[in-house]
Design a binder for this molecule. Structure first.
Ligand SMILES: NC(=O)c1ccc[n+]([C@@H]2O[C@H](COP(=O)([O-])OP(=O)(O)OC[C@H]3O[C@@H](n4cnc5c(N)ncnc54)[C@H](OP(=O)(O)O)[C@@H]3O)[C@@H](O)[C@H]2O)c1
Length: 438
């Protein structure tokens, strides 16, 4: 979802880039320590000219410049081969209607890895904006930031914001952005407070689940469409323990939908049962393993579960996986049902018998969050706010995460390794960069 520029919409890209160019200065080579002339204390500044690797970081560089780091890549490839830390400085002079941001947390999503590999639906344009030796892009599509300084009347120091559009480049300690490219987040209220992980992970997976449950069934008026999903309707999803899957389970339960959830068996029976129990607690109606799902016995089981739905059966399938799993989702949907493909974790094509389309009138759709979110920022804002409201009220469980600490001393290899591991299966939680003293 990295777009063709480091910040902003197409309309604003040129102006923003010009303004921001003046903000990102004093590029320092990758992983080098900046030479500091003023810092946290005058005494330290006098004593140390070039800090040794173990030194405490000075938060502010010469003349109030902010020292910042970003993960960058300047060619496509495996994250472990192409990602580098780049250190640079940000000018204290902000353009009008802009903010200086400090990153609080930024997830590592499968799409970010695909973007670095060059296999994603949109490719970034490599730019020299932050002074890298070669033009580069900053990965990361979502994250939450704290405003450090502002020239915008709409945002004040301490406010939390998330990017309005995809392709922001969130894997960095600091950023300068136009206020118009940000969505303010109310971090607390009478109903409760948000934590930074909730704010950082709201924009991609929960929004995707929300839109797929709401926007596809009944969207076309062809034969047998049957109108939008209603209370009591069933949906069937694979990859049900993914971030999207967990959000779909919870939103589905909230809206009275019943769900059949397919997960891969864990290495032990106990671990599989624990995962089943976890998803059931979130609101899953049934949880089955891929192995159970792919057997002949699954059809009769499903029929017994969904008997009260009548001939319409399961109305919606959500496909995160592809291959045989997607075929089996399609086969178990009701007539004229919709299967929405949003992920391809098995890296296998979605191939279906033609009879599914001709005789059963199955509707095959694809969902791409970027297309939806970038086309209608107001809708994204409303969806984000609705989900965060559930979070503040304690009505939406956080996705399990593996926190990857990123402070000034964070090692390039550790950050790169966390990204590289993202597409491996059986992970305990989503990798999230959690920013400490930066
Ligand atoms: N189209 C869009 O706009 C959109 C938006 C959001 C997400 N997505 C896509 O949705 C998918 C899930 O994203 P996420 O952030 O929710 O991921 P996530 O939380 O990291 O979960 C990954 C999921 O994929 C499963 N998985 C991994 N490798 C697999 C394989 N070889 N075969 C079958 N399942 C496999 C995992 O199952 P195990 O636990 O068993 O490993 C887990 O359920 C990704 O493909 C992502 O790109 C698309």
């Amino acid at each position: 979802m990295i777009t063709a520029r480091p910040l902003g919409s197409t309309r604003q890209a040129t102006t923003t880039a010009l303004l921001l160019k003046r903000s990102y200065r004093t590029a320092v080579s990758a992983n080098a320590r900046p030479t500091l002339r003023c810092g946290a204390t005058a005494a330290k500044a006098k004593a140390v000219v070039t800090p040794p690797l173990t030194s405490v970081r000075y938060k502010s560089g010469p003349y109030g410049y902010t020292q910042a780091k970003a993960l960058v890549f300047s060619k496509f490839g495996e994250p472990s081969d192409v990602l580098k830390i780049h250190t640079h400085s940000i000018s204290p002079t902000l353009p009008a209607d802009s903010v200086l941001l400090r990153t609080l947390a930024a997830p590592i999503n499968p799409a970010d890895v695909n973007t670095i590999q060059g296999t994603y639906g949109v490719k970034p344009t490599f730019s020299p904006l932050i002074g890298t030796a070669e033009p580069s892009a900053i990965p990361g599509n979502e994250g939450v930031f704290e405003v450090q300084a502002s020239t915008s009347p709409a945002l004040a120091k301490g406010d939390w914001v998330i990017p309005a559009r995809t392709g922001f480049g969130t894997w960095r300690t600091h950023a300068v952005a136009a206020a118009a490219d940000l969505i303010p987040i109310r971090k607390d209220g009478p109903e409760g407070a948000l934590n930074r992980l909730q704010a950082a992970t709201v924009a991609v997976n929960p929004c995707s689940a929300y839109r797929m449950l709401r926007d596809f069934v009944g969207a076309d008026s062809g034969s047998g469409g049957g109108g939008p999903m209603r209370e009591g309707d069933w949906f069937l999803q694979n990859g049900a323990n993914s971030g999207v899957g967990r959000a779909a389970i919870q939103l589905g339960r909230r809206w009275g939908l019943r769900s059949i959830n397919v997960v891969r068996a864990r290495p032990t029976a106990e671990a599989t049962e624990a995962l089943r129990a976890e998803l059931t607690a979130l609101g899953a109606t049934h949880v089955v393993t891929e192995e159970e799902f792919l057997t002949r016995e699954f059809g009769p089981r499903l029929a017994s579960w969904t008997r009260d739905a009548g001939p319409q059966g399961v109305r919606l399938g959500l496909n995160c996986v592809g291959g045989k799993s997607a075929q089996t989702v399609a086969r178990n949907l009701g007539p004229a049902a919709t299967m929405v493909t949003y992920g391809g974790m098995a890296r296998q094509p979605v191939a279906l018998p033609t009879g599914q389309l001709i005789f059963r009138d199955l509707r095959l759709r694809g969902f791409w969050l970027s297309r939806w979110a970038d086309a209608d920022v107001a809708a994204k804002r409303a969806t984000v706010e609705e989900i965060l409201e559930m979070c503040r009220r304690g009505e939406f469980a956080d996705v399990p995460v593996n926190e990857v600490r990123w402070d000034w001393e964070a090692e390039e290899g550790v950050l790169r390794g966390a990204v590289q591991g993202t597409l491996e299966g059986f992970r305990g939680g989503k990798g999230v960069f959690v920013f400490e003293e930066t």
